[in-house]
Ligand binder design. Sequence first.
Ligand SMILES: Cc1cc2nc3c(=O)[nH]c(=O)nc-3n(C[C@H](O)[C@H](O)[C@H](O)COP(=O)(O)OP(=O)(O)OC[C@H]3O[C@@H](n4cnc5c(N)ncnc54)[C@H](O)[C@@H]3O)c2cc1C
Length: 509
Amino acid sequence: MFRLPTLRLRLLASPSSCLRRGASRQSARAEQIFKSKKDLPKTSWTSSRAIDELRASLGEDTISTDDEDLLRHGYSEWSSINIDQLPVAVAYPQSTEEVSTIAKTCQKYKIPMIPFSGGSSLEANFSAPYGGMSIDFTHMDKILSLHADDMDVVVQPSVSWMSLNEEIKDSGLFFPVDPGPSAKIGGMVGTSCSGTNAVRYGTMKDWVINLTVVLADGSIIKTRKRPRKSAAGYNLTNLFIGSEGTLGIVTEITLKLTVIPQETSVAVVTFPTIRDAAAAASKVMRAGIPVAAMEIMDDVQMGVVNKAGSTTKKWKEMPTMFFKFSGTKAGVQENVKLVKAIAKTHKSGDFEFAVDAQEQKTLWSARKESLWSMLALRREGDEVWSTDVAVPLSRLPDIIEVSKTELDSLGLFASILGHIGDGNFHESIMYNSKDPKERAAVEKCVKDMVDRALEMEGTCTGEHGIGLGKKDSLLKELGLDTVNVMKSIKGALDPHWLMNPGKIMDVPS
Ligand SMILES: Cc1cc2nc3c(=O)[nH]c(=O)nc-3n(C[C@H](O)[C@H](O)[C@H](O)COP(=O)(O)OP(=O)(O)OC[C@H]3O[C@@H](n4cnc5c(N)ncnc54)[C@H](O)[C@@H]3O)c2cc1C
């Protein structure tokens, strides 16, 4: 009944070799999922009417019900959670007006709408627990206008942050938010993402000037004009950032840009324990040294870099910090000196510097693609649970040490890495979800890490969002009164709960 070869080919066309290795496995696993899905969503009478109506008004190709397409928009190998449900159709709009038509039709037939950009989110953020229409912005991938003198750019949701930076590099400007390599601006707004540069430049919330949004009833709003600051009324821009597609569909985004630094230097340094590394990171922050990025990878993760062959060097398989320094030549030299002195007091090894721009790039991509490298090395049939928390900086050494001990005691292929300068770290665990004992142990380990972060006045997610899996933790973190305010906002903008239902909060019964 289902065909998979195209899916395999599409994924194999990805530029990353790590992704390629992961992808061929994804096909096998996706095949299993297909086989095990006895109750795939049947296209209901109302959905069929909506699909026919949309095809008639926007063209036959705008709506796909192809099985592979449904799988790609409801399942993700990278996601901590996958469910036995897929969207019933995928819409491919070409413009804000077409998105509005899609929303009006979905509203008329009461069909859930799930925005989809790069599909790299990790907490089942774009899954379709209620079926519905996935809205994929593949054809809305244009840079609409670059205002170099104003240091901003207007883009459509399917522009990737990496291609944006490539396209605009001659302007001397760049966009500094750097989540997963395949993420696109629409989804980055959706999850309020960040990345390795956040310690210096902040998160998505700091870089969006305005949004054009299609609401659940199809109406189109713009949240602000184009100045870099404004105190005009409620901050609707930030309301939509991090709302995971539950409040509206973002179709245009004006982003701030910043100047490409004169000089960049990348260094790697080991520590005897993960606690030493975390403590050094807190000190660097407290000393006010403006590092451009400060990342941690544990011994397991460094082993992954070696085995995956992501770089030409063989690294010591010890807790390791990756530093990026940027600014003027003199500023970079000064900051390197200061960081080295702090690291030494925490028993660091010697700093190793990337010799040229290419090596800097390779090193940083080894860090950024670590999840894919891990996936490429897992046991056949294993799933990944990759999740994040964040705590106030001073609590980082405590939480990271306990979490690492617990992770090691699982006896599984599991690692800690993260954006340590923001008090934000990730656990990635490979496990067999079909083994109830193994699954229960992993669930407990993750839950304990999240609870521990909350006890330390931290958050259940620093950057991946709530999605399907962290709704209980959100309630624990903020309490019912606060979550009820979120529900009121949701109800006001989307009274029928059609926008990405079941994410962040449960649908009221
Ligand atoms: C290897 C790897 C590394 C990663 N590293 C990081 C990291 O360092 N930091 C980090 O923050 N994340 C990281 N991630 C997670 C991921 O890249 C981010 O969550 C990213 O923001 C998702 O963007 P996307 O385009 O893939 O969004 P998608 O997965 O397509 O969607 C994410 C959410 O946004 C909603 N959405 C999508 N498009 C729109 C739209 N146009 N309007 C409204 N809502 C929309 C979706 O419904 C969904 O809820 C990583 C992922 C991978 C695979």
